[in-house]
Design a protein around this ligand. Structure first.
Ligand code: ARG
Length: 357
């Protein structure tokens, strides 16, 4: 008869008390939100960081909270489940292999926000992916039945890949009566580019791969885009960027319907000097590229990150040339959008994804 009471007193009650006490204790001494925002890794107790073999990259305020970062040597970034393999010689990944029939829009495309854009037309870009989860919404592109490519900064803080949901075949976000249904996925694995690096400007190698929980069922409105061979892209090419990002800079509202806009590629030195003329000093590293209009007016914007910058070749096949990464405001004159240059990573992307469906 005494036993249950004894168990309660000895085991259960102390837990309640400590949970109450520590719950409050932890929230009082948790990280400072401002310091947390500027932490490139993860805020945690100093001791936890050491136990996880992380490096202290700064303070996070609160009670012994430090900004903890992890190296790229196979250990997970931020103590999470993101894979970031050791730095490898990026030439070693072999030729780019594409999915058969990639880069074709299956639904007869209407001609063509993204700022200054127009509605893309249902099924025009059947690889486009909407990624929800984490703190934000991002774009992406299907490259294999179970792999989606997006921006590194979209997923770098992931604690659990399964927190993300990926939608394919999406078009109007608030309508369920589209010609063909969307498909919803969870993410089973996140692979961040080995050289991904946060910077206060545009992140370097801002690209990541998401493995879906199952292969997508390919349909006219759901099919992969082609990866380009690792060759230098011409400047002055007319490319298209698409997404559900803001249609006005500095505005919270988002379009319902997928937007697309044309932007022109320019070379990195021009991109730097355009920005400089607008009073902005930015390094455009070789794995980045810019596209836009010198007079402004058309651009990707907040919420478009991770989305594809696409180029149609002579045969009518679409290639992925860039991933939306950064920009100084949106569509401002002399401030084109900054993209990850896919030709710099396509061999790695192909290698990581090719034997896995
Ligand atoms: N970093 C932004 C995002 O997370 C994308 C910014 C693109 N901006 C631009 N002006 N092209 O959605």
């Amino acid at each position: 008869m005494m036993l249950p009471r004894l168990v309660f007193l000895l085991f259960i009650l102390p837990r309640y008390i400590s949970a109450l006490f520590f719950g409050r204790f932890f929230s009082l001494f948790g990280p400072d939100p401002r310091l947390q925002a500027s932490c490139t890794g993860q805020c945690m107790f100093d001791l936890s960081c050491r136990l996880k073999y992380g490096q202290k990259a700064g303070e996070c305020g609160g009670f012994y909270q430090v900004c903890c970062t992890f190296d790229g040597f196979g250990r997970a970034l931020g103590g999470s489940n993101i894979r970031q393999d050791r730095q490898l010689n990026l030439q070693d990944f072999g030729p780019v292999e594409n999915e058969r029939g990639c880069g074709r829009s299956g639904v007869s495309s209407r001609s063509r926000r993204v700022v200054g854009g127009t509605e893309a037309g249902f099924g025009s870009f059947p690889w486009i992916a909407l990624i929800r989860g984490g703190n934000s919404r991002c774009g992406g592109a299907l490259i294999r039945p179970s792999w989606v490519i997006t921006a590194g900064h979209c997923v770098k803080t992931a604690q659990w890949p399964s927190r993300y949901r990926v939608y394919l075949g999406e078009y109007n976000l608030y309508q369920n009566s589209e010609p063909m249904p969307r498909q919803k996925f969870y993410v089973s694995e996140i692979v961040l580019h080995p050289n991904y690096q946060f910077t206060p400007q545009a992140d370097r190698y801002d690209v990541a791969l998401l493995k879906l929980d199952r292969p997508a069922t390919l349909m006219p409105h759901i099919s992969p885009i082609c990866l380009p061979d690792p060759v230098e892209l011409e400047t002055g090419e007319r490319t298209i960027v698409a997404g559900w990002g803001a249609t006005q800079p500095d505005q919270g509202s988002r379009p319902k319907v997928l937007q697309a806009v044309d932007v022109y590629t320019l070379n990195n030195t021009d991109c730097e000097s355009w920005h400089l003329a607008a009073g902005i000093r930015v390094n455009i590293y070789p794995e980045m590229m810019c596209a836009g209009h010198q007079e402004g007016g058309k651009d990707a914007c907040q919420g478009d990150s991770g989305g594809p910058l696409m180029l149609k070749d002579e045969t009518g096949k679409w290639n992925l040339v860039g991933v939306v990464s950064a920009g100084y405001s949106c569509a401002k004159p002399g401030q084109p959008g900054i993209y990850h240059r896919i030709s710099e990573s396509s061999s790695w992307v192909s290698y990581v994804t090719k034997n896995e469906v």
